[in-house]
Design a protein around this ligand. Structure first.
Ligand SMILES: NC(=O)c1ccc[n+]([C@@H]2O[C@H](COP(=O)([O-])OP(=O)(O)OC[C@H]3O[C@@H](n4cnc5c(N)ncnc54)[C@H](OP(=O)(O)O)[C@@H]3O)[C@@H](O)[C@H]2O)c1
Length: 284
């Protein structure tokens, strides 16, 4: 039997590198990168905002499946850049994927929701309250319009035990610089290990589920507790500089409760998505 060709966008990213590893266990992987590089995998350098380049790359690679992780995240670009990459780039990719009739699994986010109606079901209508959330919600809509069979995976904060996640790294850098770090004590998320999420994304290639699907870790934890837990896991002394603060007071548009009901994804994939405590305990 010929092995499937799996294209992974954002292959140089935190999640994308893990998706490349997971996908390599079930197929032949091509990683799409932009400015970054990734070792040990065939790569193609493409800017997702360049429609012709995206179409040409996908036509040449002719993947059987595409896992789309690439995005501009909060802090990585202004609103215009987020829209160009997350919305236009995702549409460019979806068109190209449709042309080769490949399966598409797309990474979205819990912040397509405004945090006032948790726990959110898979089909909850997006109510984004940030530029990033709006760009990801619009990306979902564009992809669904072009490639209705695509699975749109709404997920939570991503971390792993073999490499510090960006959030924790940012807090650690500020602590090292002697800065105060305020962590929201009233914001609830369901962090998921990047490895678990990568395995789920690859597993979903073989599952028929058009539209949104929640995939997040089992434990609902406050941003403060998660931040403190990860700093402790990485042995970062917080030097008394970390304190809990209320998003409701300081940044009122921040979604407060982003719990996701993930039972359908667990059923479809016949597995659990372990919470932070379980993942960290296993790593220790
Ligand atoms: N991190 C989280 O906690 C979190 C939470 C919820 C959802 N998500 C979603 O999960 C996905 C992965 O996030 P991540 O944290 O792993 O991101 P990341 O490490 O910042 O990686 C982003 C990737 O997107 C690629 N990219 C950016 N602009 C591009 C462009 N114009 N053309 C082609 N590729 C481009 C980057 O490529 P180069 O490096 O090669 O330039 C990089 O590989 C994203 O869809 C994000 O929205 C993340």
């Amino acid at each position: 039997m010929t092995r499937r060709r799996i294209l992974v966008t954002g292959a140089s990213g935190y999640l994308g590198r893990r998706v490349v590893r997971a996908a390599a266990t079930v197929g032949d992987v091509v990683g799409m990168v932009h400015r970054g590089r990734v070792a040990d995998v065939e790569t193609v350098v493409v800017d997702l905002t360049d429609r012709a380049a995206v179409h040409q790359a996908v036509e040449t690679i002719r993947p059987d499946a595409v896992v789309h992780t690439a995005a501009v995240n909060p802090g990585q670009g202004d609103e215009r850049t987020m829209r160009r990459v997350n919305v236009d780039g995702s549409r460019n990719l979806a068109e190209a994927v449709r042309n080769v009739a490949a399966r598409m699994v797309v990474v979205s986010t819990d912040v397509v929701h405004d945090g006032t109606a948790a726990p959110y079901g898979d089909d909850a209508i997006p109510t984004p309250s940030s530029a990033y959330g709006r760009s990801k919600a619009d990306a979902e809509r564009e992809v669904a319009a072009v490639a209705p069979s695509a699975t749109l995976v709404r997920t939570s904060l991503i971390y792993d035990v073999d490499e510090m996640d960006r959030g924790t790294a940012g807090f650690a850098a500020r602590i090292a610089a002697g800065e105060q770090v305020g962590l929201f004590c009233d914001v609830v998320r369901q962090p998921i290990s990047a490895r678990t999420l990568a395995e789920a994304l690859v597993g979903l290639i073989d599952v028929e589920h058009p539209g949104p699907l929640n995939v997040a870790g089992a434990d609902a934890v406050s941003r403060e507790d998660f931040g403190r837990t990860m700093l402790a896991f990485w042995g970062v002394d917080d030097r008394g500089l970390v304190r809990g603060v209320r998003a409701a007071d300081l940044a009122p548009s921040t979604p407060l409760d982003l719990r996701l009901d993930c039972r359908l994804a667990e059923r479809l994939l016949e597995r659990r998505f372990p919470g932070v405590d379980e993942v960290l305990a296993a790593a220790r």
